[in-house]
Structure formats: structure tokens, C-alpha cells
Design a protein around this ligand. Structure first.
Ligand SMILES: [Zn+2]
Length: 329
């Protein structure tokens, strides 16, 4: 049996993509995500490798005509594509970038039928944020002006959108342990994500690889590790009335926001413009750090810290420092 994302009803095993809410065209089946490629280019650690003796099948992603009506494709086929503009027709200089996507054919059909799609990204009139060093973290985002509750702080198209869950095969050797199955799933996911990653332009690839990765030691490849660390939920991509297929997005700027259990922003996906908008949840002073919730912040403090473990830090926000906050929540 072939392996891949192609038919999720056959998924035997899946693990969370680790993101907060949940997660051109012809594929070169010969392309690999070998260690030297990423190490030389981006200086990041490569995945741990497959269980001994296990060989992956060829990738099942096909390069499809980007102009083909997705409704004519098999239901739930996973596509790698760029939206809203196919790479084959690059956007004019100065216009909004496209997002590299791995998504189901039904999701693409839903996107293309959205009234008004594709609209330009609705940007706020002025830049009112900056990226810079953050206390206790590498980087964070900060306001550079007073921002009122409800205002849009920034808008951007994601670098990459992909399923927030990983899917496995039906046919791992019966001798495999759970850890080996998980490793095979991680390596396969990396290969699929790389097909989408390869569609980005060089500047976006560099921006993606510059993001934090808290999954350097668990067998995740670099593209997957960065997605698990930085993924923002793109809920509206799930087709209404169907089983949830959470999608996760990695953004150049919104993914820079650090977590707080008392966040001052929220990010919402806008389908017509295929972009995320970061809203202020309350009035924000100039110079204040912008924060976003990576997890369910209504959970008790102990559960929140547990849920944050994969991100590799301990939250010290006001709620986590206040022993009485659980009762209020
Ligand atoms: Zn906290």
C-alpha cells in the first residue's frame, strides 16, 4: 500500500501538530530532505532518521495543474499548491505574497468558491509593531504606538499552511514499536512538508527557517519542527459540516509573538484575503509586548504549564505568577 497523506480515512496513527488550536505543481518524487541540504543552507539540526532497516516509499504527492478545478479531483486528495496565486503566475512586484499550502482538494474548492476571493490583504494604514529581543525569549513582537482594543495591528499571508495533524500508514512492519511508528510518521511528514516548502521563494524560505524550533530533539525534521513550534490555527479552512481537519499556519510575523495566558491579541484567519489579521484584545500601550495564546488559557495553571512543555519554556505571565488566578478562571 502506498504511503502518504492521500486518504486520511486510512490514517492509522496521528499525532498532534503541536500548534495552538489544533496546524506548484508537480512534485519531484526524487527530492529528499537530506541533512546536508538544511544544515548547509540554514544551519539547523536534521531529524533523527528512520527506524533501522526501514525504507520510505516514494512520495505520493503529484504535481497537478494548478488551474484544474479541484472539484474534479478525488475527494480529500491532498494537494500541494500556492494560494491565492499559483507560482506559475507570479504576483507583480509589491503585491501580496502567496502562501505555500498542503491541503485537501475539498478545502481548495471551498477556498476558490469563497465570495470575493482573492481580495488584497487589508493592511492597517501604518506599521505599529516591531520584532525585537524579548525578556527570557529570543525574540518577540512589540507595539510601537498606542493601540486600541479591537484594532487590527497587522495583517499578513502565511508562509505555509498544512494540516495540523500528521497521518500514518496502514502497513508499518508489525515489529515496529510505537516510537518507531512515530518516527516514521515524523519523517514522512517532513518529506511532504518539504514539497510545499520548496514552493516558497528564497526570501520566505529564509524567514521560515529563522523561526524558533522547540522540536530539535524529538525526531521532527526542521520544517515540521518549526511548524509545530510556530503554527497558528487556521480554523475557517475546515469545511463546514465535515469532520474537523485542523489546519496550521506559519507566519513570518504573527508566529514571532510569544505566549501569554493573559494575551493582548488574537489572530483570525480571513478567507477572502487568505490572510491572518492580528487584533488587539484590549488597549495596548506603546512599547508593550504583543502576546498570543499557544494553548487553551482557560485551563488551570498546572495544565497550562504541561501543555506548554513542547514549546520548551515555562510561562511566567501574570496569571501563572498569581496563585489565586485558577479560582477566577
Ligand atoms: Zn501563563
Amino acid at each position: 500500500m502506498k504511503r502518504g497523506f492521500l486518504n486520511n480515512t486510512k490514517a492509522r496513527a496521528k499525532i498532534s501538530g503541536g500548534d495552538s488550536e489544533a496546524p506548484k505543481k508537480k512534485t519531484e518524487s526524487g527530492s529528499t530532505s537530506g541533512p546536508s541540504y538544511y544544515k548547509a543552507k540554514y544551519g539547523v539540526v536534521e531529524h533523527a532518521g528512520l527506524p533501522e532497516g526501514y525504507k520510505l516509499a516514494d512520495l505520493d504527492v503529484k504535481e497537478l495543474d494548478p488551474h484544474r478545478d479541484p472539484r474534479t479531483l478525488p475527494e480529500n486528495l491532498f494537494l500541494v499548491t500556492s494560494l491565492p496565486i499559483p507560482l506559475e503566475a507570479p504576483a507583480a512586484a509589491g503585491t501580496d505574497r502567496a502562501t505555500a499550502c498542503m491541503l485537501q482538494s475539498t478545502t481548495k474548492a471551498q477556498i476558490l468558491s469563497t465570495p470575493g476571493f482573492p481580495r488584497p490583504v487589508p493592511r492597517p494604514p501604518a506599521v505599529r509593531h516591531r520584532i525585537g529581543p524579548a525578556p527570557g525569549m529570543d525574540l518577540g513582537a512589540f507595539s510601537t504606538a498606542r493601540i486600541q482594543r479591537g484594532e487590527v495591528i497587522l495583517s499578513e499571508r502565511a508562509l505555509l499552511i498544512a494540516p495540523g495533524h500528521l497521518f500514518g500508514d496502514d502497513d508499518y512492519p508489525s515489529s515496529f514499536s510505537e516510537a518507531q511508528i512515530q518516527q516514521a510518521i515524523l519523517v514522512q511528514a517532513e518529506q511532504y512538508l518539504k514539497v510545499a516548502f520548496d514552493r516558497m521563494d528564497p526570501e520566505d524560505k529564509t524567514a521560515y527557517m529563522a523561526l524558533a524550533n522547540s522540536h530539535l530533539q524529538d525526531g521532527s525534521g526542521p520544517i515540521l519542527g518549526i511548524m509545530r513550534t510556530n503554527g497558528v490555527g487556521a480554523g475557517p479552512l475546515t469545511r463546514p459540516g465535515t469532520p474537523p481537519m485542523p489546519y496550521s499556519a506559519v507566519c513570518k510575523e504573527i508566529s514571532r509573538l510569544n505566549h501569554s495566558c493573559c494575551p493582548n491579541t488574537t489572530a483570525l484567519f480571513d478567507m477572502p484575503s487568505f490572510s491572518f489579521r492580528l487584533f488587539a484584545l484590549r488597549d495596548i500601550a506603546s512599547g508593550e509586548e504583543l502576546t498570543y495564546p499557544y494553548i487553551d488559557v482557560t485551563a488551570p495553571a498546572a495544565e497550562r504549564q504541561k501543555a506548554l512543555e513542547p514549546y520548551g519554556f515555562r510561562c511566567t505571565c501574570p496569571a501563572c505568577r498569581d496563585p489565586t488566578s485558577d479560582a477566577r478562571r
